[in-house]
Design a protein around this ligand. Sequence first.
Ligand code: ADP
Ligand code: MG
Length: 430
Amino acid sequence: LWQRCLSQLESRLSERDINMWLRPLQAVATDHGMDLLAPNELVREQVDREYRGVIESILSGIGGNASQVRVSVGGGERSARADAAPAMRGFRSNLDPRYTFQSFVQGKSNQIARAAAEQAALPENAAYNPLLIYGGVGLGKTHLMHGVGNRMLDLNQRAKVVYVRSEHFVNELITAIRHNRMDDFKAFYRSVDALLIDDIQFFAGKDRSQEEFFHTFNALLESNQRIVLTCDRFPKEVEGLEDRLKSRFSWGLSVAVEPPELETRVAILIAKAEQHDVVLPQEVAFFIAKRVRSNVRDLESALHRLTATAKFSGSPITIDFAKQALQDMLAVYDRLVTLENIQRTVAEYFKIRIHDLNAKKRSRSVARPRQIAMALAKELTNHSLPEIGAAFGGRDHTTVLHACRKIKELRESEPRLDEDYNNLARTLTS
Ligand code: ADP
Ligand code: MG
């Protein structure tokens, strides 16, 4: 029955998905339907979430009893593995089980980094070694790094994955030197399948640590063990980091995480709220995400404050409630981001007069900045299209809408314009 089911699935799904998720399953007929045994938790979760529905409908279509299709992690070693897992995860690997790819919200700002990280978690994938993820504070580097480690453990419970922050590595090294335990230190770090070192900018100026790290690094690379690193900026720009280390980093792949754009910030807020069993209305998510732009950590603390206040007072979460609860956090924002201020800032930036932004003039040198200003007004304020049009010399709302679309399109095709837009948004909100 399962074979017949599989061949029907082949006509509906890609070969890649079939091979990755469905072929590894083992089917056991039961009184009520079918038990599907997955080789690991990752496969189980994916099959349960994505494919169980299709499988059920095919099964009943081909005369099987589909009233109960269960997916579980199966096979004889199941209990042994389950025992091995917690110790490996908690104690030795230092991985935070909450930081997974599943809980990581993807957007334009992080999709390359995320894709690279997912690749890096696959065994025998030498191309991305070392993988270096760099970018500003609170943009998800540590989360992605744990994601790699957790995925590796999902794929192979016995993998020896070790996560350390750079400061910890340095401290351990110092202790090892003091207690004459360098051999243990070396042996430990060279025995891992994957070494995840967070925030390597802390190595700057610590010569002995860099030296030791360099040797560990080479030893691991030589035997194809996985290395993932993060840094708060592009490593070439870290002063006090040895050149030979920097050049080693470039052997692998370096990917950036950027600040998330509005839609991603909204999606993150809603996902985080869900994780805490809080219903966050979309309009409130937009309200917050428009104002808190800099990084995800700030978004999280705004959400945290909001939900704590809501629970405490028993009030539903509305925009007005959010305004109240986050008043002081948002005060700076509301002072800065007014229509007048947007116009003034844009005019200064492009060295034109505010008067020209609002006048009828159509020359390109004025029209483009005007469109940018309108798009910023739409993104950063809660003013309606007609209100924005009115503020720009009495234009109607279709003009504003056109400007927003045009700028969105141009930001994708013209990096210079995108940079101008981002600079302006940053100036206006920080
Ligand atoms: P970094 O290491 O870049 O400073 P972190 O990985 O510590 O940032 O992220 C800060 C917080 O924001 C964490 O709680 C993390 O879970 C969350 N976070 C960042 N990016 C995302 C994302 N894309 N989806 C979900 N949560 C995110
Ligand atoms: Mg971090």
